[in-house]
Design a protein around this ligand. Structure first.
Ligand SMILES: C[C@@](CO)(OP(=O)(O)O)[C@H](O)COP(=O)(O)OP(=O)(O)OC[C@H]1O[C@@H](n2ccc(N)nc2=O)[C@H](O)[C@@H]1O
Ligand SMILES: Nc1ncnc2c1ncn2[C@@H]1O[C@H](COP(=O)(O)OP(=O)(O)O)[C@@H](O)[C@H]1O
Length: 299
């Protein structure tokens, strides 16, 4: 018997970042939108805990106990007094270290899959609690849709979305480390007064209306200057997507994936084609959101 769970990637349509906290994290106003690029996590009983991964970026994924999917299985098993003897297989389509929460998706997926496989019947509250222990982005991977994350991004409020948004994503030739981007944010902000992060009301209204032009006018990412400082070539990708007719272009989370909002699916295909031939990125994908959160496909 095995269980497979499908989990979406995310783009941050707003990422407001406060000053570094004493624990090293940053308070955020993090508006997540789940998009239709997915990893699939399959768990099968085995003699011992083992992780395998397939997909274009599979060689960059750790297969030891630091893998977020393995950690999810271990934490759930410990809480319920179970041996985490399970084979976790990740079919990875979300870029690795791309600012699209691929590792978080695998953590949330493995958690839901192990809960079903082992019959642990953890409450939604316990699942969300374990997700927050695994990482700031993991609760959102479980929930999907659209949500405002506060605290370090783990405290979620579900948001209404009144339509489908069409995106193009440009994958970069290398990854960016999330802690390194936050450190660069701190360095760039040294000596300045960093305001409390607050969600933008025009942005929340644009999501609720499903209005791509209003959303394009309201998106923001406080980590973008830091990502560009560490990876200056991303400016060329952003410029190529804007020139191709995207309504807006931004770095996804800590990057280096860049995200382009299109008015409709046809326009998304056109932006994608132009970006593909621009020579400014490794790969290009289209995806729309909101997409559902972690969902079991078979049991
Ligand atoms: C920036 C964001 C935006 O959604 O995502 P990515 O771009 O990485 O996908 C997230 O805040 C990433 O969340 P996640 O990748 O789960 O980070 P965590 O494992 O919790 O933390 C990794 C490290 O990032 C930094 N960190 C993370 C979250 C936060 N609110 N403040 C931080 O300073 C800390 O240095 C921390 O040690
Ligand atoms: N299941 C996983 N998939 C990908 N990366 C993982 C996973 N588990 C742990 N990692 C580690 O987390 C780092 C960040 O990965 P990822 O979640 O893909 O990016 P981001 O935080 O930018 O969204 C990777 O470089 C890798 O070392």
């Amino acid at each position: 018997m095995s269980v497979t769970v499908r989990v979406p990637a995310k783009v941050n349509v707003q990422l407001a970042v406060g000053a570094a906290r004493p624990d090293g994290f940053h308070d955020l106003a993090n508006v997540f939108l789940a998009v239709g690029l997915y990893d699939e996590v399959t768990v099968t009983p085995a003699d011992e805990l083992r992780v395998t991964c397939e997909g274009p970026d599979a060689d960059q994924v750790p297969l030891d106990r630091t893998n977020l999917a393995a950690r999810a299985a271990i934490v759930l098993a410990e809480r319920h007094g179970i041996d985490p003897a399970v084979h976790v297989h990740i079919a990875k389509d979300i870029p690795v270290a791309g600012g699209m929460a691929g590792g978080s998706a695998d953590g949330a997926g493995a958690l839901l899959a192990c809960d079903a496989l082992w019959g642990t019947r953890a409450s939604r509250e316990e699942l969300l609690d374990i997700c927050a222990e695994l990482g700031s982005d993991v609760p959102f991977s479980l929930v999907g849709g659209a949500a405002l994350g506060t605290g370090r991004g783990e405290k979620l409020r579900t948001l209404d979305v009144g339509g489908t948004f069409h995106w193009v994503f440009a994958m970069a030739g290398r990854g960016l480390s999330t802690p390194a981007v936050f450190r660069e944010f701190d360095r760039l902000g040294e000596g300045t007064d960093i305001p409390e992060p607050v969600a933008s009301q025009p942005l929340l209204d644009a999501l609720a209306k499903g209005d791509p032009d209003a959303l394009a006018a309201a998106v923001s990412n406080d980590l973008q200057p830091a990502a560009l400082s560490l990876f200056p070539e991303l400016a060329h990708t952003l410029a190529a997507g804007r020139a191709a007719g995207a309504l807006t272009a931004l770095v996804s989370g800590s990057g280096p994936t860049t995200a382009f909002l299109a008015r409709d699916p046809e326009s998304a295909v056109k932006v994608a084609e132009t970006l593909r031939s621009s020579g400014t990125c490794r790969a290009v994908r289209t995806a729309s959101g909101p997409a559902p959160g972690a969902t079991a496909l078979s049991a």
